[in-house]
Design a protein around this ligand. Structure first.
Ligand code: ITT
Length: 192
């Protein structure tokens, strides 16, 4: 029988991606499926801390095994920013569009546009935590390209491809992305 796993996220795009990546392996339940509609606090200063905070929060309240994902976009010319602050780059409650606008503004005229997405997954299994990391190298385009995906996808060109994450089919992003790479490690662990 297909196993079930709870993904502690409020981000519906991430839930969709993970459901697609894990299709046929695990049925992914979101927070709504377990009756939780609130926000999970995220106050850590690293991806690993935030990932742990999210999975731990749900484990404490519901006593259920679960995993979370914390992701950041690290831009070399910005000293690794926005990084752990990727969701709030342009301010608290900023939209994806505002964050992308700020990124393009800060990189205007800059030659070095190299960047990477990094994901840390925190899994809690029988009260014990395990972490899995995945990253993908690429560069930030001068303008937006494509409508698919979410967040910074329209301006992220993965190395070796001529389409941004927002131009390529979801099935391709889901093979090569930071999240896909971290999830592959999670699956290998869960299968052991
Ligand atoms: P949860 O914490 O509830 O899972 P979140 O949106 O707050 O959802 P993060 O804290 O990991 O997630 O924030 C990362 C931000 O980075 C997110 O809001 C997007 O703007 C961006 N991001 C994450 N994954 C991305 C991806 O695959 N493609 C493009 N942008 C992404």
């Amino acid at each position: 029988m297909e196993g079930r796993i709870i993904f502690a996220t409020n981000n519906k795009h991430k839930l969709e991606e993970l459901s697609a990546i894990l299709e046929g392996k695990f049925k992914v339940l979101g927070l709504k499926d377990i009756g939780f509609e609130g926000e999970i606090p995220e106050t850590g200063s690293t991806l690993a801390e935030n990932a742990y905070q999210k999975s731990h929060f749900i484990y404490e309240r519901f006593g259920l095994d679960c995993f979370s994902d914390d992701t950041g976009l690290e831009v070399d010319a910005l000293g690794g920013r926005p990084g752990v602050r990727s969701a709030r780059f342009a301010g608290d409650n900023s939209s994806y569009a505002e964050n992308v606008d700020k990124l393009l503004r800060e990189l205007k005229g800059k030659k070095d546009r190299s960047a990477r997405f990094r994901t840390v997954i925190s899994l809690i299994l029988k009260g014990k935590e395990y972490q899995f990391e995945g990253s993908v190298e690429g560069s930030i385009t001068e303008e937006r390209h494509g409508e698919k995906g979410f967040g910074y996808d329209p301006v992220f060109l993965p190395d070796g491809y001529n389409q941004t994450f927002a131009e390529m089919p979801a099935s391709r992003k889901n093979k090569i992305s930071h999240r896909a790479r971290a999830v592959a490690k999670l699956v290998a662990f869960l299968k052991k």
